[in-house]
Design a protein. Sequence first.
Length: 449
Amino acid sequence: MFEALSSKLNGVFDRLRRRGALSEADVTEALREVRVALLEADVALPVVRDLVNKVRDRAVGQEVIRSVSPAQQVIKIVNDALVEALGGGEGDDGKRGIDLNAPSPVPILMVGLQGSGKTTTSGKIALRLRSRDKKKVLLASLDVHRPAAQLQLQTLAQQAEVTSLPIVAGQTPMQIAMRAMDVGRRELYDVVILDTAGRLAIDEALMEEVAQVKLATNPHETLLVVDAMTGQDAVNTAKAFQDKVGVTGIVMTRIDGDARGGAALSMRAVTGAPIKLLGAGEKLDALEDFHPDRIASRILGMGDIVSLVEKAAATIDQDEAEKLAARMQKGQFTLEDYASQLKQIGKMGSLQGILGMLPGVGKIKQQLSDANLDTSILKRQAAIISSMTPKERRLPDVIKASRKKRIAAGSGTSVQEVNKLLKQFDDMSAMMKRMNKLGQKGLMRGGLA
Ligand code: GDP
């Protein structure tokens, strides 16, 4: 799912990122393309409109984070809007995953159209609740319309190693439901999963049957199973179930197929119900939790940039960064400044994807990742610098062999490491001078990042 949408959006943002400074026209053009990509992915029109407007408003009102590029910031804004559309906004916490917070046995009602994957999903949920949550689960099929349905659920129950309600020929769905709840109570089950009958399309009789069972069993969760491959139809189905029966959550199946993903993005806005789980295959363990943030970053394929902007906004000291940038421009970058950069990086935790955003560090990022190093090298470098005298930090050329030994001893490192740092710093200074020249020619709009 999402492949096509993801590659379209990637294209849009790649073009955006190649521009250093963004004009309003750039953003407008990018948003136009985002809109087209969403519509092509089958996202419902009102949802697209809302999303694009949200992004535009925020992009305009956004305070510029100086340490990341404008394009990166726009990507972050789009990401946040996607997360919200997917149900990850504030107030949505706690609505994810199956809620079992009710007296046992907790009834879970499974509803949906025939072929949506309802029975399979019932088995998947049973397996998960038994194996992961250590619950005693009873599965019951209320499907008296399709002859093999009850047997299918029985087989799934065996695979999931949970009990299924014994089949009694001739019972109505309501009778089966009542019997299931009765067994659930008497035999101390934690959860009773009631798999209702599906129909090929929404019809009144189906809705009525489901509504009655719901009334009688008072399920704690009513989960609607929809097939992601059916696109907008899945959304319409969900809307109908929501209006007529009322659901507490949605399970979207067949996300392992090449569904365009629009349904997932529209579901929350159109039905008001959160997607709680995803079915990602025919096997019983192919059940995933639904994480709006992870899905958004799967769609954008730019999770690293998003977390980068978040971290930068949270930890980079803007004034400090400004001062550094100014000193670089003037060719006054010293080891002290480098040490201060190292400190900022340290505060941000993981190295990956972070070094490149600090002006001028792009090249050592390469060296660092070549050597497959972790943050410990930064700590060692910071220690080396702090073992120098202030003068040495400003004018590292004065550091002679004897001092290198002392500095190495003082920082608990080796002379080689001291040399390496000095060499690196030399390279950086040379590179900055070159970049400044380019910058003055106007080739580096948008700074060095
Ligand atoms: P029901 O009529 O809604 O109960 O649907 P079933 O549970 O019988 O599923 C119909 C078919 O879809 C079966 O062949 C399942 O194996 C398959 N299926 C269910 N969920 C998924 C899924 O998440 N991915 C894939 N690829 N197939 C699924």
